[in-house]
Design a protein around this ligand. Sequence first.
Ligand code: MF3
Ligand code: CO
Length: 275
Amino acid sequence: MRGMPERIQLKTPEQIASMRSAGLVVAQALSAMRAAVAPGVTTADLDAVARQVLRDAGATSSFLGYHGYPAVICASVNDRVVHGIPSDTEKLAEGDLISIDFGAVVDGWHGDSAISVPVGPVAPEVAALSAACEASMWDGLAAARAGGRLTDISHAVETSIRAAGPYGIVAGYGGHGIGSEMHMAPHILNYGRPGKGPRLAPGMALAIEPMVTLGSRATEELDDGWTVVTVDGMWAAHWEHTVAILDDGPWVLTAEDGGRAQLAARGVDLSAQAA
Ligand code: MF3
Ligand code: CO
């Protein structure tokens, strides 16, 4: 209905358990790809690593065939922000920063996560950019609490990035609801005033994904219809996790430890929650 916000899917504990299974496949694939990153490796090589993890797990890809998308990962190097298509001619070089984004489906339920990985040693400002982006994701995840409001997450992400340095916070793109589809309501901006939007409730699941640049926040899409690059050519970082909102706190489904370590460092006590 025009002007009416789409409702946010609520999952049963069993459905969230399936999302956890998908999340663990995603975590495993990203860790295998992280280990495979090296100078001379192509982004298509990384896609092949992820396909093998999917086969071994008996899971399917969230990305392959999504609006015609031709691969199981997005590989976005340097000034590419998100949605880079893997290629067997794109070789990683020392000093690059690659965002690897991956989604898996188990029993019809999705998990979606992204990491930014340095290729060997990178410039200190590039390492700092990625660290600021990752920390802002965790600050957003820590704000994914029942009883709060959607833009509490947006605000936590923005506040975190602004405290870290004069970075560009990519405009227009953001996180999303996730569950029986990869992209569901609501859209989650990585900036904004707190206390707005729908109230967060147990059973919701969200993908939180800040995109941060060393320059301006402006991006454009390449002629391939997918790849998003910075307009000014400055490098970008991108991190993402899928989180379920439970009664007793956030459960980061795509993190092996459920997010415990990073959330505890932010004062979120999950001692009552099963691991
Ligand atoms: N994982 C991306 C996101 O977080 C989506 C990838 S688009 C696809 O929104 F086409 F590659 F699937
Ligand atoms: Co996503």
